[in-house]
Write a new protein. Sequence first.
Length: 587
Amino acid sequence: MVAEFESTDSVRSGKPLRYVETAVFPTPMKLRLGGALPSVEVAYETYGTLNEDRSNAVLICHAITGDSHPARHDENDDPGWWEGLVGPGKAVDTDRLFVICSNVLGGCRGTTGPTTINPATGILYGSDFPLVTVEDMVDVQKRLVDLLGVKRLRAVIGGSLGGHQVLCWATRYPEYVETAVVIAASARLTAQAIAFDVVGRNAIQTDPHFHGGQYYGTGEFPHTGLALARMLGHITYLSSEAMTRKFDLDRHAPRDIVTDFEKRFSVGSYLAYQGKQFVGRFDANSYVSVTLAMDNFDLGDTREKRLEAFRAAQCDWLVISFSSDWLFPPSQSRELVSIMTTLGQPVSYCEIETDGGHDSFLLSGDINAFSPLVAAKLDAPVPQPPRKSAEDDRILELIPPGGSVLDLGCGEGDLLARLRERGAPLLCGVEVSTASIAATMQHGVEAIDYDLNVGLPEFDDNRFDYVVLSSTLQAVPNVERLLEDALRVGGRAIVGFTNFAHRTLREMFGLEGRAPKAPGPYSYEWYNTPNRRFPSIRDMLELCEKMGVTVEQARYYDDTHDRIIGEDEDPNLAAESALLVLSRSGD
């Protein structure tokens, strides 16, 4: 097989699973949209060992065409669909955690679904299998978790349809979930996403070999319809950039495969191959059943309804999105994060930069990128204590013990970690670097990937005692808006900046005729600096006066000699940096 044919389906097959177990629940199960199943069987696999107090269980929830096999159990086992995330020493560390993964209700890999015998007729359910929902899938998982003796899950983790299951767990059984990790998912599908599923189901159901869903035993199977549905699905899983990278240079050089589908272009032969492989491992009725469950998932069509749905959650959250995912775009994940922050629920969020599209959550390179975030949420050992710096020492002096803090541009979270050591009740960092977000989370502090250029609209008024902007204001386009928002979200803002009117910088410009540079945020060259602003102390004080902002405290520093500028000195000339504690006039 050529490399261009490799996909997230490459490790999957219809072969029997070596370590699958089956749980049987003989009592009837009522379904959310009506009807009932007289009994339910669940195929599942477990990894690791449940500890004595049963506190280390993690539930993995799979996507539409996944199964109970996220990772290999030993060297003789076949690879799983989340091999890079689950296993000894990995983010979901099976040396420390007891991992559970089950095939969803309606699936075709051992759990009750259309390929199960209907006890009322003695033949396979086929299209008579009742309509199931994500809630029904989670209800079955809860039965399994209870059977295994787990009363509270250390975490529930899933992507795509698996992410919907995670959202459902956290809002339907909140007392069971300590941490919820939601990857590439949303509160409900867009109409566009549903449209692709509708076309896929139509392809299956209009196949002449579908026989109204009762094709079992006929010697025929809706191969063409199911393959077309999977081909369509693959288009939605990839981004335009990924398709260009894979197929554009040799677009007129299709691969020579046996297929009835068009293969004039290289992308056509790729899709034909994926459709052919999929037909060999999945059931058409199950595809209809599971996609309908995903399309019907809905936590509210308005923000108010979603707030009400999420209000029940008692967990902390990790939400992950992918920049090139147009099926579940990052904007949908940010909406989830906004709801969680509004409700005061602890949440970390990161948008992974990738061209992998929706499939990114299953791609090895992108798994490597978000694994540290998952590991941090699951209490992986912190690599080192927080680093101490003179700037953080100075800021700590200005924040009384017990003060809650939002740190805008938190770096690797060292300041927040030190505040946590002091017992601060509420801490959150804002960053854009995945590595920095992961490092902050490893200190036990929530961190959010957030664009400060839009201000802080997602944060409620007076959410924090202090908002820290250390070397931040000079990098944003709208200084006034961010400062206004900081003083809305926090009772006080601590603003740190390099003084661009410092004597050394003046001399560099005036005597040497060169663009000034200073250690720290102004250490860049004029042509590659991320800074938009080059304020002096006087500039900042005049801005505060214009905005009606009170300067409660002002400290000016000679960084070279590590001293505070005296009252008899001109700070605008003598200080290399400044820290201002600001509040609204009259507060």
